[in-house]
Design a protein around this ligand. Structure first.
Ligand SMILES: Nc1ncnc2c1ncn2[C@@H]1O[C@H](COP(=O)(O)OS(=O)(=O)O)[C@@H](OP(=O)(O)O)[C@H]1O
Ligand SMILES: Nc1ncnc2c1ncn2[C@@H]1O[C@H](COP(=O)(O)OP(=O)(O)O)[C@@H](O)[C@H]1O
Length: 177
């Protein structure tokens, strides 16, 4: 089976994790080997000790990109629901894949910040508003939206199933599913 990295970039609560797991279920059901490299889990182990400065986020994204490429080059669909706020970091990951000849797809989960802060799955937007944290992506920290992603999902106007179906269609079109 052809491996690939599918990077889901977007704001906190945009729907990255939900979509990655929904797509993972579909792909596993079809017999694909799949790993989800979840940002929170990675930060507990592979990126333990890193914070949310620009430099730390860049390091985090490069580490995840490295592991994703290893998995993808061995036939795994590596699904990566990680914010990756900086274009430069994402482009470095894309280049690593290109130079190894490994498929890489960038998906922008483009949920507006107003919707994300309403969802506030982990209570981060409320904490930022209360002054308990700062440097929250999309609020008081940068998010550089991809200019030409392979797919842009409007998760606020679609169900999870509709968004996952659009993702699956993209993989099929690219000969990856
Ligand atoms: N200040 C700040 N900004 C953004 N996110 C924060 C912050 N503090 C904690 N968190 C939580 O950490 C998750 C983001 O980690 P990532 O590894 O995806 O981020 S990054 O790519 O390194 O920027 C992110 O997970 P998701 O909500 O799933 O996106 C947050 O839950
Ligand atoms: N089309 C959609 N795609 C993804 N998530 C959606 C969608 N519509 C509503 N949601 C909801 O939005 C929330 C997104 O949370 P999560 O996936 O943890 O976001 P993130 O990983 O980007 O921080 C979930 O509660 C999910 O059920």
């Amino acid at each position: 089976m052809t491996g690939a990295t599918i990077w889901l970039t977007g704001l906190p609560s945009a729907g990255k994790t939900t979509l990655a797991h929904e797509l993972a279920g579909r792909l596993r059901g079809e017999g694909h080997r799949v790993e989800v490299l979840d940002g929170d889990e990675i930060r507990e182990f592979l990126s333990a000790g890193l914070g949310f400065s620009r430099a730390d986020r860049h390091t985090n994204v490069q580490r995840i990109g490295f592991v994703a490429e290893l998995l993808a080059s061995n036939g795994v669909k590596a699904l990566v629901p990680v914010i990756a706020p900086y274009t430069e970091s994402r482009e470095a990951v894309r280049k690593r894949h290109q130079s190894e000849g490994t498929a890489y797809l960038e998906v922008h989960v483009a949920t507006p910040v107003e919707v994300c802060s309403e969802r506030d799955v982990k209570g981060l937007y409320a904490k930022q508003a209360a002054g308990e944290i700062s440097g929250l992506t999309g609020v008081d920290d940068p998010y550089e939206a991809p200019e030409s992603p392979d797919l842009r999902l409007e998760s606020h106007t679609q169900t999870v199933q509709e968004s996952a179906a659009a993702l699956h269609t993209l993989l099929t079109e690219r000969g990856l599913a």
